[in-house]
Design a protein around this ligand. Sequence first.
Ligand SMILES: Nc1ncnc2c1ncn2[C@@H]1O[C@H](COP(=O)(O)OP(=O)(O)O)[C@@H](O)[C@H]1O
Ligand SMILES: [Mg+2]
Length: 348
Amino acid sequence: MTIFTKDFLQHDETVFKDELVLDYEYLPHILKFRENQQQHIATIIKPLFAGRMGSNLLITGKPGIGKTAACKHVLREMEQHSEKIIGIYVNCWKQDTAFKVIVDICQQLGYKWVQNKKTNELMDEIAKILNKKAAVIVLDEIDKLKEEQVIYQLVEDISKKCIIMITNEKDFLAILDPRTRSRLIPELLEFNAYKYNEVEAILGERKKFAFYEGVLKEESFAPIIEKCFEEEDIRTGLYLLKEAGNAAENRSSRSISVEDVQKAIGKMAVFQQSKTILDEEEKELIKIIKDHSGESINKIYDIYNEKFSKSDRTFRRKLATLKENKFIEVRDNKELTGETNPRVYLKK
Ligand SMILES: Nc1ncnc2c1ncn2[C@@H]1O[C@H](COP(=O)(O)OP(=O)(O)O)[C@@H](O)[C@H]1O
Ligand SMILES: [Mg+2]
């Protein structure tokens, strides 16, 4: 009977040896091709080991190129190396208010008495704990933080620390409150997209752990690397590996065909939309821009402000998010028309 079962999966079989390694949150043991960046982060932290003040760091770069992974790696190594420094990691997309950030930090510190306490009171408790040692605080997706006051407070209240901020937005510092900015004075570290051979090696490693031998042959793997390289986002590659595996399983096949990969690539449109979760105001802003495409930033702000009465800075931040995610385009027509107020266009 093997003749019938050889190429087909039985009902309880799978092509995945370990599907978890394709999760976006999965942290590989060794993070290749980011040695220099990890070194840079380590240099920022080093003074803390000697009991001195550390500096702050702003990490920028597009999504899916190892910014979070590099920071988590350094934190992990740091904690293995010394008990004197406490590592804190907060994702400001998930914890987007001062209170949520502070409660998250409390939880990481094992401080349980958060109920009925105000943000400021909790901040004092955190300071008490952290000021006995030194701290490295990573604030990931910092541009999603709605109340940047909390950055200022951490800078002020924690004495020996490094604040490491991560963002996709290149001009994040420009939209930060000048008071906070001048207290932070961060060093800058920019991450660039991976080269082709690097994408190939990173995905190759995941493939090895994710699938049983022989499941993903070279001819099917090649278009995945290609697409991932083109998108400059490792998550794309992980998504394609998983979806192509699922497509093969749906056919009860033991191996992933080129067609399975094509199918996965076809599904990517949906994936890319869901990569950016916009809040209600950002969606409204897109609508406004759609109806007034080509208008000046000031005009768009007036319309937005009428509806939401938000500060100019909040508006600019939302505009930056939409621009970063390629929903809109901001064109400076200065050379053409001499005007200094750029115009906003909806991308088709
Ligand atoms: N150099 C690398 N080696 C192995 N995996 C990597 C590497 N860089 C990124 N990844 C993986 O790619 C995914 C996205 O990386 P992440 O650090 O979350 O990106 P970013 O924070 O820049 O958006 C994660 O699953 C991560 O483990
Ligand atoms: Mg990240």
